[in-house]
Design a binder for this molecule. Structure first.
Ligand code: AMP
Length: 207
């Protein structure tokens, strides 16, 4: 059970849980969002093409992300498993994924809508991949993992958050039915008061 997909709305905690799962099971954490942000920072052709979509809270075209993921899954460190975070996000991406690999388990992190809004509105991230929240860190906002200064993602602005949630409902939520039909979906229900560790305990039980 080592080829894992994480599903969940923006702000459900996919990134945070993916980091913990990757460490616990010694598998690479593959986040298309992180790959795209890195490309934007580095000013690559891919970054230039993806930037306007990300800033508008829209999905980048399937053709841009499918090849990146197929390449990444072909690398040696992904041979014994991986955790995919933020991919697939459309049925077409899921179908493309099925053509290049076999998914053992799809974990849907299900968080109530109000909690999602609360989390996204205070989310802080770090270049090292760590995710945090304004309520959890001191006012100097240093990353608890590497000490760099945490920052707010450009696409966590309220208008963009609304767009991203609408995109999730329309384009990504149908994946729940897609994987349910295949019989490899498990859901973890998280309530607003659950801490990161509580969620990870629930996650470990189903993995
Ligand atoms: P994330 O870090 O997963 O929330 O992704 C941030 C943004 O990157 C998303 O809002 C999309 O604009 C883009 N993105 C990430 N993964 C995908 C994907 N699989 N398909 C299309 N766009 C993506």
């Amino acid at each position: 059970m080592r080829n894992i997909v994480l599903l969940g709305a923006p702000g459900a905690g996919k990134g945070t849980q993916a980091v913990l799962i990757a460490k616990e099971y010694n598998i690479p954490h593959i986040s298309t969002g992180a790959i795209l942000r890195k490309n934007i920072q580095e000013g690559t052709e891919l970054g230039k093409q993806a930037k306007s979509y990300i800033e508008a809270g829209q999905l980048v075209p399937d053709s841009l992300v499918i090849d990146i993921v197929a390449d990444r899954l072909g690398q040696d460190d992904a041979k014994n498993g991986y955790i995919l975070d933020g991919f697939p996000r459309t049925i077409a991406q899921a179908e493309a994924l099925d053509r290049v690999t076999t998914i053992d388990l799809v974990l849907d992190i299900n968080v109530p809508f109000e909690a999602i809004i609360e989390r996204l509105s205070g989310r802080l991230v770090c270049k090292c991949g760590e995710t945090s929240h304004v309520d959890w860190v001191d006012s100097d906002r240093k990353c608890p993992k590497c000490g760099e200064t945490l920052f707010v993602r450009d696409d966590d602005k309220p208008e963009t958050v609304r767009a991203r949630l609408a995109v999730y409902e329309k384009q990504t939520a149908p994946l729940i039915g897609y994987y349910e039909a295949k019989g490899n979906l498990v859901s973890v229900d998280v309530d607003g008061s659950d801490q990161v560790e509580d969620v990870f305990e629930k996650v470990k039980k189903v993995l």
